[in-house]
Write a protein that binds this ligand. Structure first.
Ligand SMILES: [Zn+2]
Length: 182
């Protein structure tokens, strides 16, 4: 590595699911990456996130057996993940209570994103196993990806020139504020 070259991010240390897509990161984003992740208490980002504040963990809602957070590696702005608190890898290992709450939180996430983000559709899904594309294969997570007819990358309510870390924070706040009080 030459002097001044940005350090390569170890995606496995961060909450969210890495993928093969390229993204146009801003210089702010590089500064964010160079700062590095906080020291880990957990090896698993989805076990670690609930111990953080909502802001630091990018969490928008907490249920009894499962919670909802923003993907740090979004396919689209507003890309949410619904995760059980319990650490297990595949859907067939979930208890009936976890299945029910993951489903219910997914439904609420869709309604909130439709209202807050004005999206036109969704991709929902779980990648089961690394061979199937799961970035964090050992901890189940359901993707909720909003889609727009134009596939605009930003919430209409948010200025398009903001750096991505700021944008993630703004998106988290918008989704959390739109989440119904249970
Ligand atoms: Zn875990």
């Amino acid at each position: 590595m030459t002097g001044g070259a940005p350090r390569v991010e170890d995606a496995g240390e961060l909450a969210g699911v890495p993928d093969e897509f390229q993204r146009l990161w801003t210089p702010h984003r590089m500064a964010y990456i160079q700062a590095g992740p906080e020291p880990l208490k957990h090896d698993c980002p989805f076990c670690a996130a609930p111990d953080k504040s909502d802001e630091d963990g990018l969490i928008v809602a907490r249920g009894e057996t499962a919670y909802v957070l923003l993907n740090l590696f979004p396919y689209n702005s507003g890309h949410l993940l619904v995760c059980p608190y319990r650490h297990f890898g595949t859907y067939d290992e979930a208890t009936p209570e976890e299945v029910a709450e993951i489903g219910a939180l997914t439904q609420v996430a869709m309604r909130v994103l439709r209202r807050v983000a004005n999206c036109d559709g969704f991709n929902l899904g779980m990648n089961q196993g690394a061979v199937a594309g799961a970035g964090v294969a050992e901890h189940l997570h359901q993707h909720v990806v909003p889609r727009w007819a134009t596939d605009a990358n930003f919430f209409p309510i948010i200025a398009k020139t903001k750096a991505l870390p700021q944008l993630l924070g703004d998106v988290r706040t918008a989704v959390q504020e739109g989440w119904p009080v249970l």
